[in-house]
Design a protein around this ligand. Structure first.
Ligand SMILES: Cc1cc2nc3c(=O)[nH]c(=O)nc-3n(C[C@H](O)[C@H](O)[C@H](O)COP(=O)(O)OP(=O)(O)OC[C@H]3O[C@@H](n4cnc5c(N)ncnc54)[C@H](O)[C@@H]3O)c2cc1C
Length: 244
């Protein structure tokens, strides 16, 4: 039976694990953070969950203008397009993290059910290829326990990292990266999102809908995928003053 070790349990890794196991290979998938990878734990799932709240806020925000709905009982009169609801960001972020973890557990369960072995730890390749073409993957878990696994094929699916700006490194307080925003308990009054590609536009749009003054800031030539890009409102300006 072909022995496959997959390092990295994001969509790249866990989908390969499912297919490998279904085709009869002996599959081990190793991830240091949990199956689903960054995609589920910090990237796509959290950002889409945040956006889901932002979309409801947008619907409520436009509900007075279009439908005459006033949510708060003590709102005597709303002059113009007014904010009629508020957001508890701490609660939103707790839901974001809860759903991400639940999805990671679901993925672990389905990969295990398919017959693959799931190991939590950091994987690395050891030494050179053996004479029979096999390789050894060394897995170190959080307690420092080490396991060596021999594999006929090794798939490296360790994902990538967004770039960090050396003179503006995230401190988790004033400068936040894409994972630290889910630790916020209060909505920032003002937020500058560096990068106005798909991810930056999504974050800026979501925080603006939640009630922050959020603006994306990046060189105008930033590439983005049209299918997932929203048309930014005119109030969004890049640092150079051009519409984002
Ligand atoms: C904010 C944000 C929103 C996004 N939204 C979307 C979206 O809506 N749609 C979309 O298609 N894409 C989206 N993306 C991109 C998407 O997250 C990535 O394309 C996707 O995660 C890549 O999957 P992957 O399996 O290659 O790697 P990842 O999901 O990054 O998984 C790699 C895994 O490998 C683990 N790992 C790394 N090194 C080791 C090691 N040595 N040993 C063990 N484990 C290791 C990591 O901990 C991680 O769990 C978004 C990205 C961001 C940042």
């Amino acid at each position: 039976m072909t022995r496959i070790v997959i390092i990295g349990g994001g969509p790249g890794g866990y989908e390969a694990a499912l297919v490998g196991a279904q085709l009869g290979a002996e599959v081990t998938v190793v991830d240091r953070d949990g199956l689903g990878g960054a995609s589920v734990l910090t990237d796509c799932v959290p950002s889409k969950t945040l956006i889901a709240t932002a979309e409801v806020m947008t619907t409520f925000d436009s509900s007075y203008e279009e439908l005459g709905i006033i949510v708060a009982d003590d709102t005597p009169h709303v002059e113009q397009a007014a904010r009629v609801v508020g957001v508890d960001l701490g609660k939103v972020n707790r839901r974001v993290k809860r759903l991400a973890l639940a999805q990671s557990h679901d993925i672990t369960a389905s990969v295990t059910r398919a017959g693959a072995r799931v190991l939590r730890g950091r994987g690395r390749l050891e030494g050179q290829q053996d004479a029979d073409g096999s390789r050894t993957v060394v897995v170190t878990d959080a307690d420092g326990e080490v396991e060596r696994i021999t594999a006929d094929a090794v798939l490296i699916a360790t994902g990538g990292h967004p770039r960090e700006i050396p003179d503006a490194l995230p401190d988790g307080e004033r400068i936040l990266n894409w994972t630290q925003v889910y630790d916020l308990d209060e909505l920032p009054e003002e937020l500058i999102v560096v990068g106005s590609g798909v991810t930056g536009a999504e974050f800026a749009g979501a925080y603006q809908a939640l009630g922050s003054r959020a603006s994306p800031s990046s060189p105008p030539a930033t590439a983005c995928c049209p299918a997932r890009t929203r048309t930014p409102p005119p109030s969004w300006r890049t640092s150079s003053g051009a519409a984002a």
